[in-house]
Design a protein around this ligand. Structure first.
Ligand code: AMP
Length: 419
């Protein structure tokens, strides 16, 4: 199967060629014909599967076919709603790349920055708007944005919207767009509330499902180090002595933790930056660009800040702290090994995290191999306990209806997902 077989127009085929895409990913192969056919879509897929192009390409093609040459500001005809600023920027970049020969205009709006540049750009009229929910509602309320001409609506990462507390805003946005429209709904998991939202906004959707969350992990080489909490810093420095680690995305659970790891690395003369919710949008973008351009070797991130980060050829993911929600582990390691490439994911597990590791092993239906050879092993008693608990053979659990467990991190009485 090639992109030509999907009956795409020449301006889009040309752009895909210059992006170096030759073969559609499974979600693209399945979704593009459905969307081009005008049908609603329910896509069960996570970032890393090529889902952005799966919706961006057919949207560009459909809007291109009905492009108006009228003078004056154009109405916004497609809206993509996505939970994070990083993801919004990446989607906008994708529309820019795939749509560069279509003459269609697009704009991204998100909070945390002045709205001035965004409202200025809106004055000229745009075809495709990519937005995070809060800023979108603000601009609609101020009448800078009119959603009454939306023909195509994409709700991206719906489960993450729920996790981040945006679901109410999402419903408000939906109430403002025309009922007669084509809707594309994407979610990596389908908790009950998301399934019910999908049911209420989609009309006879075609369902497309790719790489269940638990199986994405298969192509990534994984290893876990049992290490005392206080030795994690030294273990990280030890690993980074290996020059074959060209780029590493390091995950911490908290913003404070991310800053501390950066400080430790900088003290050891390793170039690193942190991205998390307390950093301004420009600081986050700057850090991401430095990392993408290879000017810094290590990027330290919290889960929400890292959602959607798309770095070509990211070699290593290091879980400095394990997440309490096992699906988050799969999202994290999915930053490496993208679009079919292989990657390496190491995890540090201290005594308080062994339950998290057990849940992760259960979700991915295998025990992550333990790396025993390292200079900071746990005391023998702790180690044996750790090993027995985490090496039990897990049983398979289906992804759909796999309700997210919002357990609290009890180690230091801190909620984990507060980034
Ligand atoms: P996404 O899931 O949309 O975040 O895409 C994941 C990564 O795959 C991005 O770096 C895309 O540029 C890349 N990608 C998407 N589709 C293709 C394709 N058909 N061939 C090669 N790379 C792709």
């Amino acid at each position: 199967m090639s992109f030509e077989n999907l009956h795409l127009i020449e301006p889009i085929l040309q752009a895909l060629k210059s992006e170096g895409y030759t073969i559609p990913t499974p979600i693209q192969e399945q979704s593009i014909p459905i969307v081009l056919n005008g049908q609603d879509l329910l896509g069960c897929a996570q970032t890393g599967t090529g889902k952005t192009a799966a919706f961006a390409i057919p949207i560009l093609q459909l809007l291109h076919a009905t492009k108006s040459n009228q003078r004056g500001p154009k109405p916004i005809r497609a809206l993509i709603l996505t939970p994070t600023r990083e993801l919004a920027i990446q989607i906008d970049e994708s529309f820019a790349a795939y749509g560069k020969h279509t003459g269609l205009s697009h704009l991204v709006v998100f909070g945390g920055v002045s709205q001035h540049a965004q409202t200025n750009a809106l004055r000229f009229g745009i075809d495709i708007l990519i937005a995070t929910p809060g800023r979108l509602l603000d601009l609609v309320d101020q009448r800078f944005i009119n959603l009454s001409n939306i023909q195509m609506f994409v709700l991206d990462e719906a489960d993450r919207m729920l996790d981040m507390g945006f679901i109410h805003d999402v419903k408000k946005v939906i109430a403002k767009i025309p009922a007669k429209r084509q809707t594309l709904f994407f979610s990596a998991t389908m908790p009950a509330e998301i399934a019910s939202l999908a049911g209420s906004i989609l009309t006879n959707p075609a369902r497309v499902e790719v790489t269940p969350v638990s199986s994405t992990a298969e192509k990534i080489h994984q290893g876990v180090y049992f290490v005392e909490k206080n030795d994690k810093r030294l273990l990280l420095l030890h690993l980074l002595k290996d020059e074959s680690i060209k780029t590493a995305l390091v995950f911490t659970r908290t913003k404070h933790g991310a800053d501390k790891v950066v400080k430790d690395l900088n003290r050891a003369n390793i170039e690193a930056e942190a991205i998390h919710g307390n950093k301004s949008q420009s600081a986050r973008q700057r850090a991401l660009n430095l990392f993408k351009n290879g000017q810094i070797r290590v990027l330290v991130a919290t889960d929400i800040a890292a959602r959607g980060i798309d770095v070509d050829d990211l070699g290593h993911v290091i879980n400095y702290e394990l997440p309490n929600i096992p699906e988050t582990y799969v999202h994290r390691i999915g930053r490496t090994g993208r679009a079919g490439a292989s990657g390496i994911a190491y995890s540090f597990c201290d005594g308080e995290e062994r339950e998290f590791l057990r849940d992760i092993n259960k979700l991915i239906t295998k025990a992550i191999p333990v790396i025993e050879e390292h200079p900071y092993p746990m005391s023998m008693g702790n180690y044996n306990q750790q090993k027995t608990i985490t090496q039990q053979v897990p049983s398979r659990r289906p992804m759909i209806n796999n309700f997210r467990r919002e357990r609290k991190w009890t180690g230091n009485n801190q909620r984990v997902n507060n980034n």
